[in-house]
Design a binder for this molecule. Sequence first.
Ligand code: AMP
Length: 515
Amino acid sequence: MTALVQEMADPAALLGRVHRRFASAPGPAYRCAGGRDLDFGALYQASAVLAARLMAEPDAARRRPVVIWGHKDLRYPVAYWACLLAGMALVPVERDTPAGRLRQIVEQCGAGDVLIASDADGDLALVQAALQGLPCRIHTVDPAARLAGEAPTPAPRAPGDVAYIMFSSGTLGRPKGIQVTYGNLVDFIHWLPALLPEDGLQAVSGNIRHCFDVSLFELWVSWTRLHPLVALDHADFAHSTAYITRLAEAGTGLWVSTPSITRLMLKNPRFNGQMLPGLRVFLFCGEPLTRQIVAALFERFPGCRVVNTYGPTECTVAVTAADITPDHLARPGELPIGAARPGVQLRTSTGAPRGELLISGPCVARGYLNQPEKQAHAFPAPDCYRSGDWAEQDAAGDWVFPGRMDREVKIQGVRIDLNDVEAHIRSQPGVEDVVVEPYVLRGEPRALNAYVIGDADAGALERLARDLAAELPPYLVPRFWYAGFPAVLNANSKLDRSQLSQAADVAQHRHVHHV
Ligand code: AMP
């Protein structure tokens, strides 16, 4: 595997070689619930047939991106590989995306083709209705298609050509399309052997929606090592035992997840090393990783490896990695996000030990589609990205993520950093995680709300507020405390902060702290 990716700098050559290995690989590539498997051989054939169809289109059409519409279906990798072989930019869009937003995305990126990677009743009609009047072709994907002759040679492309466009998960305003090039993608694939040197992982989790770039860890480990990906349909979150059984049957060795997904899985006592003896590596990305999650994994999966990676979509999945050890758990403060991946340079904007993290190197994506102002702000130079994240280096030289920079509010003239308040509450015993948001009345932030994740009841919330009041000035102590609400995840399976005000209505436990 290492040799396979390292000798190949040319994107078309690398992709062609990975694809050709599918032809003779035994066993499944993509496994869905209900025993529905797509074998590597079928992936090879069906994607080649679809690629040939896309490549037969006129040149002008082939320069336009291709939307792949679906969710965790056998057709998804077929559509994905068809775009990669054809050298066309793919745009993953989840099937629960509202019709209006799908239309906006297709218009904004000028997609010429839309591939329906789903066989759910009514999906084709739904997409056709959403895109009525737009100049794009809609194709269904046949995972059983077989080649009549040779597979097409992957279309030539330059490293600067766009490989995929990810649209931000925000629900308000104009979706923001982040363009990532084939050069960025190849650089990411080259990182994987060093990041995950383990042999014989056997199978890979399929936790992450394909519209979120963290899924690239799962997809490319599966494809470069010829291991099956065990897909989790997000409608099946409630049936985690069935998913655990499928992961166990496949002998899954690598788990890729946001901390929020793992927190949900840990609620099932069967998520442990007896049920999943092959599971050796837990790789996180996307959100702050908490001590409670790591401690639970060390206990339930003795000897496992826990890797915390960090990165924005604008820098191709992840740019740092840290192996989290029991020593880290014993130290105070946030868990590290680690050291830069090879080729990446990290620095703070002012050169001070703590500041905004600037990321440079071959990971930095081309940037935003048709949004010159946002582009100029976020990409001060072509290969440099301004993250909007605070960062600092700890005594061991590892980078630490203290929070987003846009989390300051003013209450009665006092500037409050919500990250700081969260960090204080998180360090109290019994708190799994917490989100602090301003309590807004008539458009003005008046106080703080604390949403505590974990088992706290009203008494525990009261104690937390009292302990915090003994440590911090009164304006930093949240007035309204909530616990016992369902953690709603967004499209990227991160905790959805925008849903927390609703959590206040349904919280089982609450406390009001009076100064
Ligand atoms: P996205 O582009 O959706 O992947 O979001 C990227 C943002 O998620 C980063 O800029 C960080 O704010 C946050 N993030 C990603 N990975 C981590 C991590 N390991 N720890 C803390 N925050 C993270």
